[in-house]
Design a protein around this ligand. Structure first.
Ligand code: AP5
Length: 220
């Protein structure tokens, strides 16, 4: 299974990718997570990406394209992958097309999360992440056992710097301008599958399994 998850910030891409990658034993490739990791480790790439991320802008195409191309070459990606947050521009989508052609690993389907604005705002403003291991929580939807503390590693839970109100607004604008054209791009390629992003994760998982079964995608 080789999926692309497409949708606005806070649509639930990362949360669903975590569930599906475990269920299907495929690799979860999140460009956001890779960039945050690079930033945490203060690598040259992370430092280059910092200002773009903190201001809700897209990191330049050549940086993220390089990251993803390198990741897809690793052996474990042969089992299948879920691309979460990539591609995000038409340029990135074209480069991905070239890369998967070379690797002979065509995309099975592109899941487009149709998520309403109030749900997006609630999810982003309530999201908390562990500053140590990066695990995701939500103050009401997925609260930790002890307030402010990561269940997995005991790290401190913080709000992502780009989940502040003014940055959320900018991210949504950038999504509309740069990323939403990919809906038509993948529609033309006959790869787009719309999913109801407002559903809770369990319901969404069940819904997807039904669609995939019906379309015979589960074995691809
Ligand atoms: P990235 O980390 O990819 O952020 P994003 O796309 O804005 O996506 P989010 O992580 O905000 O949302 P999500 O849809 O994954 O939602 P989540 O599942 O976490 O990118 C960050 C930055 O990196 C970008 O702004 C950019 O600067 C840079 N970048 C990354 N990729 C790039 C690229 N390709 N090109 C250029 N720049 C790039 O859910 C949110 C919250 O809601 C969580 O708290 C979760 O618990 C909760 N939740 C999720 N789903 C549900 C559900 N179904 N029901 C109830 N609660 C839910």
């Amino acid at each position: 299974m080789r999926l692309v998850l497409l949708g606005p910030p806070g649509a639930g891409k990362g949360t669903l990718a975590q569930v599906l990658s475990k269920d299907w034993n495929v690799v979860h490739v999140s460009t956001g997570d890779m960039l945050r990791e690079a930033l945490k480790n203060r690598t040259p790439l992370g430092l280059k990406a910092k200002a773009f991320m903190e201001n809700g802008k897209l990191v330049p195409d050549e940086i993220v394209i390089g990251l993803v191309s390198e990741r897809l070459l690793k052996k474990d990606a042969e089992r299948g992958f879920i691309l979460d947050g990539f591609p995000r521009t038409v340029e990135q989508a074209k480069e991905l097309d070239k890369e998967i052609k070379k690797l002979k690993m065509p995309i099975t389907t592109v899941l487009y999360f149709k998520t309403s604005l109030p749900v997006i705002i609630r999810r982003l403003s309530g999201r908390r992440v562990c500053q140590n291991c990066g695990k995701n929580y939500h103050v009401t939807n997925f609260p930790p056992k002890a307030q402010g503390v990561c269940d997995a590693c005991g790290g401190k839970l913080i709000q992502r710097p780009d989940d502040k109100e003014e940055t959320i607004e900018e991210r949504l604008k950038v999504y509309e301008k740069e990323t939403s054209p990919l809906v038509d791009y993948y529609k033309k390629e006959k790869l787009l599958q719309e999913v109801p992003g407002d559903l809770d994760v369990q319901e969404l998982g069940t819904h997807l399994n039904e669609i995939f079964k019906k379309k015979g995608l589960l074995d691809r």
